[in-house]
Design a binder for this molecule. Structure first.
Ligand code: TRP
Length: 449
């Protein structure tokens, strides 16, 4: 039977590595630094951290506990918990939104994951040596607009993801994350030290921690909230499905705080690895999204040992992306597998191929299909808008409302086994603060000011 074979993490450590692996990704190392740069450095960082701990962490607790209670894929877990609580079946839409949303995200996440893979090779073969600003920009633009090359890398990245996921929770996901995550951490700390010694460390510290409030406005705050959801992997089923593989002895509250703290630490460490070099080489960030792909290679190309450092940096980025992409494939794979119509292998292949095809359009959207727009957005822009700005806030809000208002408080208290004091604080946040905060932000995203 479908549910009977439902897998579990073999230890608390394995679960923490998997969840941190999901959270830590392109969002931390590629997006966070450029959004911090655009948002005035320290001011953005402060607002971001406030959102992570006040809104993101309580939601993390809610999503994990829904998954663990359900012990099924996000769709069937929501269905089951709603039924147990005597609530309408349509709460399962939160699960559907997660499964569909994570499928859309993996389709374009893998395209960017492919770019990082290609940059590993580029750095390794000395392709960045002595590169000028113009050449670095030309290389990046040339690569992403090419019809074939990025598809090749996109396929490679997806193949790695599929290769891990089809081996199952213990044999695939868990094995990968327990090796890759500690390696990633060591590599990152090494890069921060290197960057701190050779670069302008104090300028980076100042930039990341001394707030320049003049650049803070509602738009930047919205970005910070969206970024905190994305970075914590919230509301798209990844966290719920990982929660469903949890055993009852793990304390969800503590785990959530650990995950949020590790995720934030990596984002800040990524900033401390990147900005000292950027400042020391006097580089200016001409295009925010290009910070990692167009600006950093110039520094790698000028520093001694840059080929090695560059290879390590892009290797790190690729590892972070892979431990996230497996969590993006898992929600739909777990659903297909659970229907009992397919083996896990077949389900993973099917979803992987479908996501590759859907992602190919995002990739081609940079070149051949760049004239094709949906509501004035590029293909990747459109997919990122509906997932980041619509599905994530809505599913997050309904999840908070469901847990805060439609589930018995007592049942929740038993599920979480938190100290009374902490439970009260958490419950207040999830019942009132999370839904209202998300509603305000959502309203502003959709209707402007
Ligand atoms: N959190 C990952 C990152 O920062 C991306 C990710 C994985 C994600 N799973 C998710 C984002 C689920 C939203 C929802 O790169």
């Amino acid at each position: 039977m479908a549910g009977a074979s439902h897998a579990h993490w073999s230890s608390r450590w394995a679960f923490i590595m998997a969840a941190v692996g999901s959270a830590v990704g392109l969002g931390n190392i590629w997006k966070f630094p450029y959004e911090a740069n655009a948002g005035g450095g320290g001011a953005f960082v402060m607002v971001y951290l406030a959102f992570v701990f006040l809104i993101g962490t309580p939601l993390l607790v809610a999503e994990l506990s829904l998954g663990r209670r359900g012990q099924l894929s996000p769709i069937r877990s929501m269905e089951k918990v709603a039924k147990e609580e005597g609530r309408a079946n349509w709460w399962s839409l939160v699960g559907w939104s997660g499964v569909i949303g994570s499928f859309i995200v993996i389709s374009f996440y893998s395209v960017v994951g492919g770019w990082t893979l290609s940059y590993v090779l580029e750095a390794l073969t000395g392709g960045m040596s002595g590169i000028t600003k113009e050449a670095a920009e030309a290389h990046f633009n040339g690569m992403v607009t090419d019809p074939i090359t990025p598809l090749f890398w996109h396929a490679g990245f997806m193949a790695i993801t599929v290769g891990i996921v089809l081996r199952g929770v213990e044999g695939g996901l868990e094995k990968a994350v327990t090796v890759l995550m500690p390696a990633l951490f060591v590599l990152l700390v090494g890069l921060v030290i290197y960057s701190g010694v050779t670069g302008d460390f104090m300028a980076a510290v100042n930039f990341l921690f001394a707030p320049d409030w003049s650049k803070m406005n509602a738009d930047v705050a919205l970005n910070a909230l969206g970024q905190s959801f994305f970075s914590l992997s919230l509301a798209l089923g990844s966290i719920m499905v990982y929660g469903s593989y949890l055993t009852k002895d793990v304390k969800i509250g503590k785990a959530a705080v650990t995950i949020a703290a590790a995720d934030s630490a990596v984002a800040i460490l990524a900033g401390l690895a990147i900005f000292p070099i950027v400042f020391a080489f006097g580089l200016t960030v001409s295009k925010e999204e290009g910070l990692v792909f167009m600006t950093l290679p110039i520094a790698f190309g000028q520093m001694t040992g840059g080929a090695l450092i560059g290879t390590l940096f892009f290797g790190l980025l690729t590892v972070a992306a892979i431990t996230s992409s497996i969590s993006l494939l898992e929600p739909s794979v777990s659903y297909l597998e659970e229907t009992g119509k397919m083996s896990r292998k077949k389900a993973t292949f099917t979803i992987g191929v479908a996501a590759f095809i859907l992602g190919s359009f995002s990739s081609l959207g940079f070149g051949e299909l760049s004239d094709f727009t949906i509501f004035g957005k590029s293909i990747i822009g459109f997919k990122s808008y509906i997932t980041n700005n619509l599905m994530m806030p809505l599913a997050g809000m309904f999840m908070a409302i469901f847990v805060g208002w439609f589930i018995s408080r007592k049942g929740m208290m038993e599920e979480l086994a938190m100290e009374e004091k902490w439970f009260r604080i958490w419950f207040f946040m999830i019942k009132f603060i999370c839904p209202v905060a998300i509603l305000i932000v959502f309203y502003n995203i959709v209707f402007g000011f």
